[in-house]
Each structure stands twice: as structure tokens, then as C-alpha cells.
Design a protein around this ligand. Sequence first.
Ligand SMILES: [Zn+2]
Length: 162
Amino acid sequence: MQTNLIISLEEFPEEGRFLSGELDAAIFGIDSAALRSTGPLSYELEVQLFETELMVRGSITAPFELRCDRCLKNFPYVVELDDLAFSYDVKGKLALDVTDDLREEVVLALPSYPKCEISDLECEINDTFGDFRLDKDPQPGVNSATPSGDSVWDALDSLPKK
Ligand SMILES: [Zn+2]
């Protein structure tokens, strides 16, 4: 599989070029228990040359397997980046290798603290604390103050005396 995306600048068509394909997952060099690349980087790019400036725009995706920070289970995650835009000064160049830039965008998009939820999966360990919250109403009918302001001993005074 392709391991580099090299854009040739020779006889570049005025209307631009559309490039799509896949780059080998090996370009990431990512393979650990907590983070593993599971497939190629797919790209769909529109490339245009304006005099000495090359504009590269489009989208890339790449699948990974991450380990949830909370429950330590592995789960699949796909980095999807749309609306990417790069611009290069290509004066005097015959070709341009954009592999590193594409790889970097994907790596930067990987979450630092992966959790199941980012792939819409239910995490075994729920940290919302919803079950532990004390949200019951306070007990009704308990007032600490006597509304009349009278002393509680006044009631005793009104009792018939012997
Ligand atoms: Zn989890």
C-alpha cells in the first residue's frame, strides 16, 4: 500500500486535481496497548495551483483502537477531519510530499483522555455521579420557627389550672 502522498507539480492542470486513496497505517507508527492504528489513512483532496502556491483541501479519516481511561477497555475510534486546508509555497519544486502534514493532523485529533463515550459507547464506569446525588425534597411540615413568635410556654399558661 501507498506510504507517501506525493503531489506532482509538473504540467499541473489549471482546473486542479482531485486525489483520493489510502496511505498505509504504518505511517503512524502507533501501536501500543492504549492506542493502536487499525487501518489506513483515507484521503479525498482537491489540489489547486495558483502560480507558486499550492492549495490542498479536503477530508481525511483514519481508524484507531483506543483504551478507555476509565474502564480500561479498548474501543474503536475513527478520526474524521473535514475542511482541511493546507497551503504551500512550491516555487521551483517539481513535487511535494504532504504525507507528514496529513499524519500530523490525524495524530493531533486523537483524544488525550479517551473515554468510551467519544465513540457513542456506554462506559462500564459511569462518572456522572447521578446515582449518588441527594436530590430528595427536604421533609415537609418541619418548621423550626414558631410563626406567631409566641413562647411555647404560653400554651401551658392557657391550660386550666388546679
Ligand atoms: Zn469506558
